[in-house]
Design a protein. Structure first.
Length: 88
């Protein structure tokens, strides 16, 4: 099985879905790994870039929704500090 790709063009940019087969010793059939590449036009609000995408790895986190929310909240200040220090 080879890599497949689909693209969805939106007003604000585009989303490209990549599906990659991964072989596993514990599974006779290849597992599918999905990555979403989100290319967003710069709107002056966030660090968007039409050439360098935001990457979303599907099924990379194996906790509950509550676990994910807690992790995002714990790291919120770190992200805000990183963003504010990189804009001068």
């Amino acid at each position: 099985m080879s890599t497949s790709s689909t693209t969805l063009q939106m007003k604000w940019g585009k989303i490209q879905k990549l599906v990659l087969p991964l072989s596993s010793k514990s599974s006779p059939t290849p597992l599918l790994f999905e990555i979403l590449q989100v290319f967003m036009k710069d709107d002056g609000t966030y660090f968007n870039n039409e050439h360098y995408p935001t990457l979303i790895y599907k099924n990379a986190f194996h906790g509950s929704e509550t676990d994910g929310r807690q992790l995002l909240l714990l790291n919120k200040n770190d992200r805000e500090e990183l963003c504010s220090s990189s804009v001068e």
